[in-house]
Design a protein around this ligand. Structure first.
Ligand SMILES: [Ca+2]
Ligand SMILES: [Ca+2]
Length: 277
């Protein structure tokens, strides 16, 4: 087989992410509708904006988090207490908690989104869906049933950033939906937490709009790329063929998924330490 060299333009998202030039699309105190399911209610709740969640509990105000704390640690982040539905001393407790957050955007706001980041404090896992598409997860089982548990337990020691820049084309003018299936490690776990913000930052490529070379986007979710160990990042590619023009604002047509750089135990930043439930 002949080997050949391929030239491309690599654009690293997330590395420039900071609070400067950022707009908060979902603040931590945004209204949330919350349900700890007692049976399988299907998947429409996380796919459809129009799903009727008026019977779910309302989480409103600051600090804005959903969870419970039997011992100590998360009290300062919790606005809606789910202990009676999730801890072993409660009513038919479950390790899963459904959260729906509706938010409204203008076309002008969407046009200003360069990078998109979900900033989360969680215990012990979650899967997030933006307008129906799965965009981020942590400690999630491959079979995400209504009563699934997180695959690992760990104490949340700070907010962690999940890069969603490759999914920003899912944003639309008008109402949008961030749906979250939050997971605890077990009903005997002494705590549970889901607390998040969705934050957009200006594009770091202000003077760059197009190239004759293929465009390869790598989103590190706010993490620096160290020499070792390798980190998992999201990757998207725009490629129309040799010598064709590739524009920054086009959807990914060649590839979207995880980049090959992956180590055995993916790390999120800043730190998170493992502990007993
Ligand atoms: Ca605790
Ligand atoms: Ca827990």
């Amino acid at each position: 087989m002949n080997s050949r060299t391929i030239f491309f333009t690599a654009l690293f998202l997330g590395l420039w992410f900071s609070a400067e030039g950022a707009q908060v699309l979902i603040p931590a105190h945004a209204d949330k509708r919350v349900l700890v399911p007692k049976s399988d209610i299907g998947l429409t709740w996380r796919a459809k904006l129009s799903y009727d969640d008026s019977g779910w509990r309302l989480c409103r105000g600051t600090p804005g988090g959903v969870g419970y704390e039997v011992q100590s640690g998360y009290e300062q982040w919790i606005s809606l207490d789910t202990r009676s539905d999730m801890y072993q001393d409660g009513n038919n407790p479950n390790t899963g908690c459904y959260i729906r957050i509706k938010f409204t955007l203008t076309q002008q706001q969407i046009d200003q989104v360069g990078e998109l980041n979900l900033v989360v404090r969680y215990d012990d896992g979650f899967v997030a869906f933006l307008n129906g598409e799965r965009v981020a997860d942590a400690n999630a089982p491959s079979n995400l049933t209504w009563n699934a548990a997180a695959t690992a337990a760990g104490e949340s020691t700070g907010p962690e950033t999940f890069g969603l820049s490759l999914y920003k084309s899912l944003l639309k003018p008008g109402e949008n939906l961030l749906a979250v299936h939050a997971l605890n490690s077990g009903v005997n776990s002494s705590d549970f937490l889901f607390y998040c913000e969705l934050i957009a930052a200006d594009s770091p490529f202000a003077d760059f709009t197009q190239s004759n070379l293929p465009l390869v986007f790598i989103d590190t979710g706010g993490r620096w790329i160290p020499d070792e160990p390798k980190i998992t990042a999201d990757m998207g590619i725009i490629y129309h063929g040799v010598g064709r023009l590739h524009k920054l604002n086009e959807p990914f047509n060649d590839y979207r998924g995880k980049s090959a750089s992956k180590r055995a135990a993916p790390a999120r930043s800043p730190g998170r330490r493992n502990s007993t439930p």
